[in-house]
Write a new protein. Sequence first.
Length: 126
Amino acid sequence: MAKLPATYSLEDNKLRVIYKSGVESVLFEDISSISFREVKEPRIALLLLCFVIGLVVIIPDFKNILLGLIIMFIGMILMFVITNKYDNLIVETRGGKFIIFSVDHQTAKYEMEKIESAKRNWEESK
């Protein structure tokens, strides 16, 4: 799943998620559950870069095939070691709709508690 950058606000008894392409909102009373998932995406660009460098090393002199393959292998390792990390917050509504948006890595639990706290405060003030 691709990163879904967004901002959100908690006002007027609703959660409003603002994406680049539009806005989604849900009333606190319609929120069924809130969860999060840590996402790690491999950096494919590193693999491609090392693959190209490996080919450049191999093409002029075929004797350098081992060096080229080592460079490609290093690219494959780096692709999985150096990953893009972020968290997805997932808000499920009573109707079964999912509102998903991304937050910085390791901040999802704090953001989730913030939303749940606003929902609790709203329920207590009814």
